[in-house]
Design a protein around this ligand. Structure first.
Ligand code: CA
Length: 228
């Protein structure tokens, strides 16, 4: 039997919190709620929830700061549910490491659908947990990446990107496919943030081994992890 997924809701509107909690529990999820960002971060460390639903306007710390703190230690999917509907707010939250963004007022059915997608994406991982290609080594349990025996320090988003390309080794992944998988959402910036993340991964790899090439750019289409 599949174990119950644990969802953490950080939301200071008590009515919304109660409503989301009830709806998620009805759909078979275990739910913990708090109205404070700092308490949410403690729950994250102590209880390791499977997913976070996050409001941005919180009484103690700003939601974007919560995202940044989470991303220093975890890749737990974060779905922002906020009244801040401007494009800038969305991009800021997503660039900080949120996986998805829903604007208030929301449809609870949509929230549950997005939760399901985010959890499914999270479960997809490298077969047999370990992967080697030439000088590159990845351990998906420990989240360790090495190039020529040296540890490669990737941010959680960079790690997810590399992992996604490895899972689909040899296949061209389009920009929009990658965005949907990583952020659960298609940004409107003409894939600029994706390019920035890919450039950063390459730069880090090249700082260890100058001419290593694992990822090919398919111009105007997307990226492919080399399989020959
Ligand atoms: Ca609020």
């Amino acid at each position: 039997m599949i174990s119950e997924k644990h969802i953490l809701i950080i939301e200071d509107d008590k009515v919304i919190l109660k409503f989301m909690k009830l709806a998620l529990e009805t759909n078979g999820y275990q739910v913990t709620g708090t109205d404070q960002g700092s308490i949410g971060l403690n729950i994250l460390i102590n209880q390791n929830p499977d997913l976070i639903l996050l409001d941005l306007g919180l009484p103690d710390i700003d939601g974007v700061q919560v995202i940044e703190e989470v991303r220093k230690v975890k890749t737990t999917p974060i779905i922002v549910i906020s009244a801040r509907g401007r494009e800038n707010d969305k991009v800021l939250a997503l660039d900080s490491g949120a996986n998805d963004y829903i604007t208030k007022p929301f449809n609870i059915g949509e929230v549950i659908a997005r939760v399901r997608v985010a959890l499914r994406n999270q479960e997809q991982t490298i077969e047999n947990k370990q992967f080697t290609y030439k000088d590159l080594f990845v351990d998906s349990d420990k989240r360790i990446v090495k190039v020529a025996d040296q540890t490669l320090h990737l941010t959680p988003i960079e790690y997810k990107l590399l992992e996604l390309l490895i899972i689909h080794q040899g296949k061209v992944l389009t920009h929009s496919f990658i965005q949907q998988k990583i952020w659960g959402y298609q940004t409107q910036d003409d894939y600029q943030s994706l390019r920035v993340f890919m450039a950063s991964i390459r730069k880090k790899i090249h700082s260890i081994k100058k001419d290593s090439q694992y990822i090919l750019t398919e111009v105007g289409v997307g990226y492919r992890f080399i399989d020959e």
